[in-house]
Design a protein around this ligand. Structure first.
Ligand code: MN
Ligand code: MN
Length: 446
């Protein structure tokens, strides 16, 4: 037994590369199709139904081995398998989020200026605003028409873009701090430029409204109730000559959602403990609301799988892996991280004892006992894991849904995949970490 804690690059074992690349294919297909929480939910629901999962109804009398799912308002989905033990004796939960930083339309978004139709937006989540100009964007989401009909906008239909000032005239702009280079109200999206000659004013806006009416049956008022969002319009790509990494929009946190889901789908025998995968919305804006992890929706789910049980006792007996991405060491930006406590690409899922910022503020800070429970579980299953913190002390920080689970009296540990360029329109992850993280969730949930 080694005296040292050491981690290894999973790619050192070249025999595993075909299996790693195979696992990554499924993930890349998912990432090509799913760029919003709603499309993720639809994808997970469809695949679960294909594998014999049934809707979790109120009053359902579930037996060991029964597979269930429940959708939360189209923006979240919980899936699970009933264990041999009663759920009241504890549930094994993997929780991840399926929302990602993006650009949402305002309720009254459309206007015209200088013969261009433009959308006003409000960004969602933590972004460097200047990164979101001059990249192709897709418009996705749902519009509910005056008669109640729900129309889904597929991202592939159109391309949009936020313009940027040419370098030739950027003397003043280049002297600004990065947070001011592109300001929130400048994130406006070009929506059209052909005038409608049948009207006297707002000719281009009128023409765009006509197109929207023809395509979706909507009018300007329908924007008020709609959920419409602009997401990067490019497919995931294999990165580098060896194609070992994946560049994609929204690894945070769909890489953890997918790996937890995939692990659940791979369970073939009835587990001892009931397994539950909780895929939620709104983490990037504080986990609030009916579809965030602070919502009591999870209590309703637990009541349905353990009718009549004490929820407090059930939570006390349960364990949770809060699955969210972490910052992998970037040789270009070593300063804000602390090398010895930073995860590496391709070294497996990263276990994190605490998140938070400025003196561990706002973290659940997992106990030695629950940390050890998971590291022993993973060691016994041959999982290659590592540890890491989100940055050096006082360099910044961040949180996950872990504290909302722990506040419910559930022993919770953070785990996740290390990324480069987190929250940028294109983030970077390792295929090897996708592969090993599926194995880690499987070891916990099976
Ligand atoms: Mn996240
Ligand atoms: Mn995030």
């Amino acid at each position: 037994m080694s005296l040292f804690y050491e981690t290894k690059n999973i790619y050192e074992n070249t025999e595993e590369i075909p299996a790693i690349f195979k696992a990554a294919e499924g993930y890349m297909d998912f990432m090509t199709r799913c760029k919003t929480e709603r499309t993720c939910v639809a994808y997970f629901q469809k695949r679960a139904e294909e594998q014999g999962y049934n809707p979790l109804e109120k009053g359902a009398a579930l037996k060991p081995g029964d597979k269930f799912y429940i959708v939360n308002r189209g923006r979240g989905i919980f899936l699970g398998i009933m264990g041999k033990q009663p759920a009241a004796e504890g549930v094994h939960i993997a929780a991840a989020h399926i929302d990602s930083p993006r650009i949402d339309l305002k309720p009254c978004p459309l206007y015209e200026s200088e013969e261009l139709a433009l959308f006003k937006t409000h960004y969602y989540g933590g972004i460097k605003k200047y990164q979101w100009t001059t990249i192709p964007l897709a418009l996705e989401g749902v519009v509910i028409l005056a008669d109640g009909t729900k129309v889904e906008l597929a991202g592939n239909d159109y391309t949009f873009c936020i313009s940027e000032l040419l370098i030739h005239l950027s003397g003043e702009q280049m002297g600004k701090t990065a947070s001011k280079v592109v300001e929130g109200e400048s994130l406006r999206v070009i929506a059209g430029s052909i005038p409608d000659m049948e009207v006297d004013k707002d000719k281009v806006k009128s023409a765009v409204l006509k197109l929207l009416n023809e395509k979706y049956g909507m009018n300007e008022k329908d924007f008020i109730t709609a959920e419409l969002t602009l997401v990067p319009k490019f497919d995931p790509a294999e990165l580098g000559f060896d194609k070992s990494l994946i560049a994609a929009y929204g690894h945070d946190d769909r890489i953890c959602a997918y790996t937890a889901f995939e692990a659940l789908m791979q369970i073939t025998e009835t587990p001892e403990k009931t397994a539950l995968v909780a895929l939620v919305d709104k983490e990037e804006v504080g986990s609030d609301g009916v579809s965030g992890m602070q919502s009591h929706f999870i209590e309703m789910v637990l009541e349905r799988i353990a009718p009549g049980a004490s929820l407090n006792e059930l939570c006390y007996n349960s364990k949770c892996l809060s699955a969210d991405v972490n910052a992998a060491f970037d040789p270009l930006y070593p300063a804000p991280t602390e090398s010895q406590n930073c995860c590496r690409l391709s070294h497996g899922p990263c276990i994190t004892k605490y998140t938070g910022a400025r003196g561990k503020s706002s973290t659940s800070d997992a106990s030695a006992e629950i940390m050890s429970y998971f590291t022993r579980l993973f060691d016994a299953a041959g999982i290659r894991w590592q540890t890491g913190l989100l940055g050096a002390v006082d360099a910044g920080g961040g949180g996950t849904v872990a504290k909302y689970m722990a506040n419910r009296n559930i022993d919770t540990v953070d785990i996740g995949v290390g990324l480069l360029s987190m929250h940028a329109p294109m983030e970077i992850a390792s295929k090897a970490d996708v592969y090993e993280t599926i194995r880690a969730f499987h070891a916990f949930l099976r």
